[in-house]
Design a protein around this ligand. Sequence first.
Ligand SMILES: Cc1cc2nc3c(=O)[nH]c(=O)nc-3n(C[C@H](O)[C@H](O)[C@H](O)COP(=O)(O)O)c2cc1C
Length: 421
Amino acid sequence: MSFDLSVIPNKNIVLAVTGGIAAYKSAILVRRLKDVGFNVRVVMTQGAQAFITPLTFQALSGNPVHTELLNPEAEAGMGHIELARWADLLLVAPASCDTLAKFAAGLADDLLSTLYLATKSPVWVAPAMNQQMWAAKATQRNLNTLVQDGVHVIMPDAGSQACGDVGLGRMPEPEDLARQVTEYFHKAQRAIAEKFGMLAGKHVVVTAGPTREAMDPVRYISNHSTGKMGFALAAACYAAGAKVTLIAGPVSLDTPNGVRRMNVSSAVQMLDISMQMLDEGCDIFIATAAVADYRVAEVAEHKIKKAGDDLNISLIKNPDIVATIAQQQKRPFMVGFAAETRNVEEYAAGKLVAKKLDMIACNDVSRADIGFASDENAMIVFFAEQYQMQKRDLEKASKQEIAQQLVEAIHDALHYEIEPV
Ligand SMILES: Cc1cc2nc3c(=O)[nH]c(=O)nc-3n(C[C@H](O)[C@H](O)[C@H](O)COP(=O)(O)O)c2cc1C
């Protein structure tokens, strides 16, 4: 079993705790849900507060606990409607007989029952009770009603109960509940990927081509980058369902279908636009551009005239675009490129760590058959340590095919799998 971390970080769970002896397990459940990366807010019924204090849940969730429906202060902040909208899932664990009955009857006389009616999010209930209460006709009738209403019922475990009985009615262990919830979001994400593409819903920003660093109004310093790899990647990301912005240095290539293109010339301009894209909300930043490391310290206002045998031009360092973006607090998934002429793997692995990238693709541009102007490429891809992914050798292929494989590598890293909590 595995958990998908890429979909968990921005998912919101309202955990509702009701008045059952299993309420103590919900404290651990909050921990487990937080471990996976969910945002958790806790709602408690009056009954639940007889078993465990709101303070416990406040400390564990890192959020205030919601207990009152008719609380003017709560309404001003996160009232039942706001909570209802905030939730990606309403998980009621433990769900008492009483709460199940209220849900089935459509009552709205406390915060939880009102929230249940007000939310559009999926609702899961984990009934926990004495085995006789579970078997009671009224309870089973209410559960049937809830299933018909679209509520997902997590079956209780069988075993010895707090009251001394043995039978069905134990709330599943918190680890098991956290796993079920995580898998639900995992599956939902996979369904979206299958239907809309591997990068569906993501905004990908790709930088491509060389930069031009002006010396005077007619001359510049640049490099041999053609932008082909970046343009192929932009096209592949769009085909994978992403919204794509391509920040292009001066190249003579057609804009790929569906891609938004922003032309720039210098490294400083490229950084400016890249930072703007972060403000727009960028999920994945792919830096293929061959950005000039240095620019001319003082660009001459007029054409530099031929004079003497030597011409000395002073250069100053350009900003490091990738490193700058990777340092931002709300940073996207960062993909770097390394074009080297020797010790390719060693340099690339060093750059991955030094620039705090998530993934780096490197190639040997000293090889005549691949690289800059070529239509083909061959790359080695490294991932940051936390992804626990093996490096990948992408054999020589067209830049379109390499781009497709890089999209798969990004997708796999974003959906990397870890052992269950
Ligand atoms: C010691 C004790 C343990 C209880 N355990 C459970 C239980 O495990 N499951 C349940 O459905 N009700 C249990 N109840 C009954 C509920 O607390 C009671 O029905 C209460 O009204 C539930 O309110 P709520 O659904 O608003 O939280 C228990 C009551 C007591 C006094």
